[in-house]
Write a protein that binds this ligand. Sequence first.
Ligand code: ITT
Length: 199
Amino acid sequence: TRVVIASSNKGKLNEFNIMLNALDIQVLPQADFDIPEVEETGQSFVENAILKARNACKYSGLPALADDSGLVVDALQGNPGIFSARYAGPNATDQDNIEKLMSALQSVPEEGRSARFHCALVFMLHEKDPTPLVCQGNWEGRIHTRITGNGGFGYDPVFWVEELNCTAAELSAEAKNERSHRGLALKQLKQQIQDKLNR
Ligand code: ITT
């Protein structure tokens, strides 16, 4: 069975490739198809994941898995949240976004820097699937005051993982997937995807 991963984010695609590789499905990146980017007009991670999955099904004719995720920072009233990818502007790089976050939190002491990554995953068989699968995961942490580590992507170099005393960018892919918002959401979703494909 072929499944489209409705994402053009290389960091996400890497993680999905690792985590789905034991399943008996062929996962294809959205870039293998002529799929226009959908406008993320939802107000929540789940809504945006549904929009992305439906769009990928529509243009590929295949089942699709979509991920909408982001960083929710308490001291910033939940921002950047669903706007995490474009926090510093429409063409922002990961580094631009990190710099904007660091300056927004400049005067906030360590104990006020709590944050979590959130991930909503949606799996749909086809564009009009009335029963999409939805799973979500959270990863609690803190925004560090220094940028450290070369692994992962996005905000990983400033996401401090208390129990391991390092940032998410200093973890191996395996250690990140074991505890991340995406890893936890996908762990719940995996069996449901297989069951839905075999029905
Ligand atoms: P697609 O929509 O094509 O999947 P995107 O990057 O635009 O790619 P989102 O709208 O879901 O995806 O934005 C997610 C952003 O949140 C992402 O660009 C990162 O900045 C951040 N993010 C999500 N998961 C992350 C992780 O595991 N580590 C670090 N940053 C993460």
